[in-house]
Design a binder for this molecule. Structure first.
Ligand code: SF4
Length: 421
């Protein structure tokens, strides 16, 4: 979400005609720092980065420093006190007025009716379909910094995607805190849910090959209609990110996740029964307050049973304002670290075994970029299951193309491929 917000702010400024991008922080006239509040660690790094900008402001008094993002929303007054040299602090709840706010700061006309500019030559672009979240998971700060859930209008989303496809973008990533609860009432008073939205997007630009991805999903909103739509449209990714968070029903209840492990497994079965070769990835939190060894064992067991293609594993960190802070953060750091290591190792081993099953398969790979390594060019791409593939090939012009690739090897999370056509 922050990447999408950053690109949109930059597009907004550049559209006004008075700005351009520089790679040299020492020569810039404007620095915009987009911040995240999801974990304490992110905030600490941001504070240190912002603190270091003071010396640039001393050298150049004309320099404008702007702080955006969830941390700006969450700690505006503290940030103002701590960093008085910062010119503007705006959080996501005020983004609808961002064009006016920036127009005032820069004394120029900055319009909110801007077109996304593909400034970084990306093959894959994030398209927000909603903002905010109504779920109030007890550990999560998002509803407090991004507000209540609000779906964007269907026409706005379709126009934006058509414009991107016209610019030859090959992959649209629909993003939101909970995309599968997308809901919108259109001009004809018809209800558009996430599966309808997916169908409408999948049917766009039929003469151009493109893929649609989406993240992230809440298990309670994953329906048969959505699964059927994914199955029916071969250009919708064979990948669902479905955060489980814990394998213990007691902890899930304390987290206010609104499902049980049994329900979660039923959803996974429904997905796998209907869609062949789909990748399922997840998020897990270890060390949530009161998590016992028994609770943790349930999480290990759930991971063994479900077998995720990959998992992001986080150590619980209390976020102010959230319900979970009413519970004592009682799991010692070393225990959190040990559980984090154990579960990560298990997830990595399962991911490796699943990835090995790709060997000898021929896959369509969308090439995103290339790197130079020890004098060789390596193309980096993704399969429709969101598996990263490395291909030794000097065909840099393949970036932005779908390439038939034979998978010949696996390096833990990465597949290694050879172009076959
Ligand atoms: S659904 Fe996701 S964004 Fe919403 S409160 Fe829960 S964890 Fe946070």
């Amino acid at each position: 979400m922050n990447i999408a917000d950053s690109e949109n702010v930059v597009s907004m400024l550049i559209n006004s005609g008075d700005f351009e991008i520089t790679n040299n922080i020492n020569q810039t006239d404007v620095i915009i720092v987009n911040t995240c509040s999801v974990r304490k660690h992110a905030e600490d790094r941001e504070e240190s980065f912002i603190g270091n900008l003071k010396k640039l402001k001393i050298k150049n008094e004309e320099l404008k420093i702007i702080i955006l993002g969830c941390f700006a929303q969450n700690a505006k007054l503290e940030l103002q006190k701590k960093f008085p040299f910062v010119d503007l602090i705006v959080g996501p709840l005020d983004y609808e007025y961002l064009a006016e706010i920036l127009s005032n700061v820069f004394q120029r006309n900055i319009s909110k009716n801007y077109k996304y500019l593909n400034l970084f030559n990306k093959v894959s672009v994030f398209v927000p379909i909603m903002t905010g979240c109504d779920n109030y998971c007890s550990y999560c700060i998002v509803p407090y910094v991004r507000g209540r859930e609000k779906s964007r209008s269907l026409d706005e989303i379709l126009d934006e995607i058509k414009n991107l496809l016209y610019k030859d973008i090959k992959e649209i990533v629909l993003i939101g805190q909970n995309v599968n609860s997308y809901k919108y009432i259109d001009k004809e008073n018809s209800y558009i849910g996430f599966s309808e939205l997916l169908k409408k997007i999948a049917n766009l630009g039929v003469n151009k090959k493109f893929w649609i991805r989406f993240l992230t999903n809440h298990p309670k909103d994953m329906s048969y209609e959505i699964i059927k739509t994914i199955k029916d449209f071969p250009n919708v990714a064979r990948h669902i990110h479905l955060p489980l968070q814990s394998g213990s029903n007691r902890i899930l209840e304390l987290m206010n996740r609104k499902y049980t492990v049994e329900k979660y497994k039923q959803i996974v079965n429904m997905i796998r029964d209907n869609i062949k070769d789909i990748a399922i990835t997840t998020d897990l939190i270890v060390g949530f307050p009161t998590e016992t060894e028994e609770d943790f064992k349930h999480t290990l067991q759930a991971v063994k049973d479900i077998r995720f293609d990959s998992a992001f594993v986080f150590k619980y960190s209390p976020r102010e304002k959230t319900k979970a802070t009413e519970l004592k953060d009682d799991i010692p750091k070393e225990v959190k670290e040990e559980r984090h290591y154990k579960i990560l190792t298990l997830c990595d081993n399962i991911a490796y075994q699943i990835n090995k099953s790709y060997i000898n398969k021929i896959k369509d790979v969308l090439i995103h970029s290339y790197v130079n390594k020890n004098g060789n060019v390596i193309l980096i791409g993704k399969t429709i299951e969101n598996k990263t593939v490395e291909i030794f090939s000097d065909k840099k012009n393949f970036v932005g193309n779908f390439v038939k690739t034979k998978i010949v090897d696996v390096k833990f999370h990465t597949l290694v491929g050879e172009i076959v056509g």
